[in-house]
Structures are given as structure tokens and as C-alpha cells.
Write a protein that binds this ligand. Structure first.
Ligand SMILES: NC(=O)c1ccc[n+]([C@@H]2O[C@H](COP(=O)([O-])OP(=O)(O)OC[C@H]3O[C@@H](n4cnc5c(N)ncnc54)[C@H](O)[C@@H]3O)[C@@H](O)[C@H]2O)c1
Length: 253
């Protein structure tokens, strides 16, 4: 590919939150961005933000845990934008509960969206990366990978994302493809707002309480994560692979 050709990036779960901020950021870096989320119409805001700034974006409805939908979505992206060589596996859900109350369906949903979704998306996109001899895969892990009460499903999935990332790095490195994980701490999004609601706290109080436990004394914003993803997906980051970057306002225990 010539250096003037625009690279195509795919960001999953990009209708809102960290995914939306990442899609906007990658577009600002000059990427054409496929904005994937469950509902195509819900991707409209992110796409409009990108196109209003002069960028190129495509809204794609897709459940990343569904093999046929993933295959169709990636084929459509390749057709309409070009073969994707940057992939951010960001789509995620929470189904928190203590072990003794956790249902099999809550376990399976979290495994399917995070791990199965990242697997299906990476498998569908890798051929374009191998052909281009260039690729950047970034997987969203979490500080919960280190263990978090009430999240036995989510912490297992997010720790799994780290092993998945390191293996992708080893398998795909010889094709010019890097794989890295970003592990956020507390980021203010609808996901953490829903957790505040679940534990019966106002979001502002919940954020203020979290901030007291974070060395930089604030919670993270979606852009804090988008910045880290922009680094890993950059042209200059080709020798950085198989890494897990905690972005949490300080070190974690
Ligand atoms: N917010 C945090 O504090 C935090 C911390 C650590 C890790 N993370 C991770 O970062 C990622 C983004 O989190 P967020 O806070 O922006 O969450 P969010 O809930 O605001 O957004 C997640 C998006 O993913 C989409 N999604 C869910 N299931 C999907 C599926 N099957 N297919 C396609 N899209 C799907 C949702 O519709 C939603 O738009 C997630 O992987 C999350 O686990 C978030």
C-alpha cells in the first residue's frame, strides 16, 4: 500500500463511550473508520461526529458474538471502505453478581461478547492485515482482570483478553501485525453510570468516591483510553506488541 492510501480501522461497541471516543480519535488520525455496534442506527452520532470533522466513517450494525453477522459486517466494510488493517475490540457488557447468584446466562453473555467477539472479529480481519503486511489489533481488557468482587465472569473475560492478545502478537508478528491490550481503570461512561445505579448511588457521588482511590485523584474519561489506543494503532508503534497497558490514573495492586 502506498503511504498516501487511507487505512481502514474497525472499532466495535462504538456507538457510545470508549468506543465512540476511539472511533473519533482514529478518524482524526486520518483513518477511515467502521463504527460497529448492535444497532446500526445507534452508530449515527459517532459517524456524524467524524464526517462533520471531515473524516470518513461507516455505521455497521453487528452483534460481535455472532459468527455470521461478523463475517457479513467485515465483508461489507472491506467492500465499502477497504480491507480493515486496524481493529479495536472494544464491545463489552457487564452482568455483575456474586458467584453464588450468577446465572449461566450471565456467565455466557460476558464470555461471548468479550472473548468470542474479539476472536471472531480478529479472525475475520486478520486476512486483510496479512495481505497488507500491516495490522494493528487493540483489545480492551480492564483493571478487573486482576480480580474484582462481583465480577467473576467479567474479570475472567478481561484476563482472557490479555492471553488472547499475547498469542495474537506471537502468531501474527511475522506479518507486520501487532496486538496489544489496553486495560482501563474507572472510566466515566454509561457502563460505570449503570454500575452506580445498580449499587444505589448517584453517578457524581460514585465518581467522587472512586477518585479518592486513584493516585491522580480523578476518574478517567473515554478520551484517556482513546489516546492509548491511538498510540498502539499508530504507524510508529510497529515494535510494540503483546503488551498490556493499564490506563488507570496510577499503578494497580
Ligand atoms: N468504563 C469503564 O470503566 C471500563 C473499565 C475497564 C474496561 N472497560 C471496557 O471498555 C469497553 C467499552 O466500555 P464502555 O465503558 O465504553 O461501555 P459502554 O457500555 O458505554 O459501551 C459499550 C458498547 O458496546 C456495545 N455492545 C455490547 N454488546 C455488543 C455486541 N454483542 N456487539 C456489538 N456491540 C456491542 C454496546 O451497545 C455499547 O454501545 C468494554 O469492553 C469495557 O468492558 C470499561
Amino acid at each position: 500500500m502506498s503511504t498516501t492510501e487511507q487505512r481502514v480501522a474497525v472499532v466495535t461497541g462504538a456507538a457510545r463511550g470508549i468506543g465512540a471516543a476511539t472511533a473519533v480519535r482514529l478518524a482524526a488520525e486520518g483513518r477511515a473508520v467502521a463504527v460497529i455496534d448492535l444497532d446500526e442506527a445507534a452508530c449515527k452520532d459517532t459517524v456524524e461526529k467524524i464526517t462533520a470533522a471531515g473524516g470518513t466513517a461507516l455505521a455497521v450494525g453487528c452483534d460481535v458474538s455472532d459468527e455470521a453477522q461478523v463475517e457479513a459486517a467485515v465483508a461489507r466494510i472491506a467492500e465499502e471502505l477497504g480491507g480493515p488493517t486496524i481493529l479495536v475490540n472494544n464491545a463489552g457488557v457487564l452482568r455483575d453478581n456474586l458467584l453464588f447468584k450468577m446465572s449461566v446466562s450471565d456467565w455466557d453473555t460476558v464470555m461471548n461478547v468479550h472473548l468470542r467477539g474479539a476472536f471472531l472479529m480478529s479472525r475475520a480481519c486478520q486476512k486483510y492485515m496479512v495481505d497488507a503486511k500491516f495490522g494493528r489489533i487493540v483489545n480492551l481488557s480492564s483493571s478487573s482482570a486482576l480480580g474484582n468482587r462481583g465480577q467473576v465472569n467479567y474479570s475472567a473475560a478481561k484476563a482472557g483478553m490479555q492471553g488472547f492478545t499475547k498469542t495474537l502478537a506471537k502468531e501474527l508478528g511475522k506479518f507486520g501485525v501487532t496486538a496489544n491490550a489496553v486495560a482501563p481503570g474507572f472510566i466515566a461512561t454509561d457502563m460505570t453510570a449503570a454500575t452506580a445505579e445498580r449499587v444505589g448511588m448517584g453517578f457524581e457521588d460514585f465518581k467522587a468516591a472512586a477518585a479518592t482511590q486513584i493516585p491522580v485523584q480523578r476518574v478517567g474519561e473515554a478520551d484517556d483510553i482513546a489516546n492509548a489506543v491511538a498510540f498502539f494503532t499508530g504507524e510508529a508503534a510497529g515494535f510494540v506488541s503483546g503488551q498490556v497497558l493499564y490506563v488507570a490514573g496510577g499503578p494497580l495492586d
